[in-house]
Design a protein around this ligand. Structure first.
Ligand SMILES: Cc1cc2nc3c(=O)[nH]c(=O)nc-3n(C[C@H](O)[C@H](O)[C@H](O)COP(=O)(O)OP(=O)(O)OC[C@H]3O[C@@H](n4cnc5c(N)ncnc54)[C@H](O)[C@@H]3O)c2cc1C
Ligand code: FES
Length: 277
């Protein structure tokens, strides 16, 4: 069993979860993910790592409550435990000194982009971080990101903080700031990663995205997480989750992701009936 050290809602619907898992904490790297099962009858779901403390043996993720399993996670309290916590899984993000790097985070990706930005900074890059949300009350970890970045930009859909708009503003914002990234790394919702990839392709900015398909085993056995990259079949859990955003078949990916929505609605309803928060 893996002990919950912390579980708190940091902004509406987004939770910070810290789990005691010394073996995972010992070897985890930026870009890895874990698979967690909230209770013995629950399903295994993947979560990206957002931070860790090797000495304390703890690993932190940020998760968004979207369905039955994340609703169960949202009910955990410090001192509770979960039966499954497997990791680190997936290939780590490639960290090299390339010059100027733009790290983009949205939703739970504001958390998972943090260790990537930190490692890129330690590798000697000029790190520019951009975080995006619908409104300022959905932003978090801005100070933490500022400590590992040379500059931080904010975009909110309603203009309550930073630039008003969406990721479509990025090329113009970078041009005005005199920043020409050699590499862009995006962590967040699928739509955001797709939009950024489509924007950066004509600009020739190499773009790496962290893909988030439905997963089951997370070890390359079941094939559920497959996606097409450059016309070839890849498994996000073992070949990724990082891929070249310009080479992904986004339409196919989005269609596969929606395929279990009707089935997922029922466990969510049952879970909501039991919820007490
Ligand atoms: C490698 C990887 C890393 C991930 N990291 C994180 C993370 O750090 N934080 C986090 O909150 N989520 C992360 N996800 C997504 C997370 O695993 C799903 O949100 C979770 O499995 C949903 O489970 P559920 O039972 O609560 O919702 P479900 O009932 O399974 O789904 C509810 C709704 O969420 C949508 N959904 C299902 N799976 C995903 C998915 N993979 N991504 C986005 N939407 C989905 C469904 O289409 C449905 O509309 C990651 C996924 C992968 C593959
Ligand atoms: S989750 Fe089963 S092959 Fe990737």
């Amino acid at each position: 069993m893996y002990k919950i050290i912390e579980r708190r809602m940091i902004v509406p619907n987004l939770h910070e979860l810290t789990v005691e898992a010394p073996a995972v904490a010992e070897s985890v790297q930026p870009g890895n993910f874990v698979i967690i099962r909230p209770d013995p009858l629950g399903e295994r779901i993947p979560l990206s790592v957002a931070d860790w403390d090797r000495e304390a043996g703890t690993v932190t993720s940020i998760f968004m409550q979207v369905g039955a399993s994340t609703a169960k996670l949202a009910r955990l309290k410090p001192g509770d435990s979960v039966p499954t916590y497997v990791g680190p899984l997936g290939k780590e993000t490639v960290i090299e000194k390339v010059g100027s790097v733009l790290c983009i985070g949205g939703c739970y990706g504001i958390g998972s982009i943090y260790p990537i930005a930190r490692a890129l900074k330690e590798a000697g890059n000029h790190v520019v971080t951009l975080i995006e949300a619908r409104s300022s009350f959905l932003l978090y970890w801005e100070d933490k990101l500022a400590r590992v970045s040379d500059r931080v930009f904010v975009i909110t859909r309603d203009g309550t903080k930073g630039k008003k708009g969406h990721v479509g503003l990025i090329p113009d914002m970078m041009e005005r700031a005199g920043i020409a990234p050699r590499l862009v790394i995006v962590n967040g919702c699928t739509f955001q990663m797709m939009q950024v990839s489509r924007l950066t392709k004509p600009l020739g900015w190499k773009t790496i995205v962290s893909m988030n398909p439905i997963m089951i085993d997370g070890t390359g056995m079941c094939g559920v997480c497959r996606l097409s990259v450059d016309g070839k079949t890849k498994f996000a859990c073992v070949d990724g989750p990082d891929f070249d955003g310009h080479a992904i078949d986004w339409e196919e990916f989005l269609a596969r992701r929606k395929s279990y929505n009707p089935e997922e609605a029922d466990p969510l309803r049952r879970s909501s009936c039991r919820s007490h928060y």
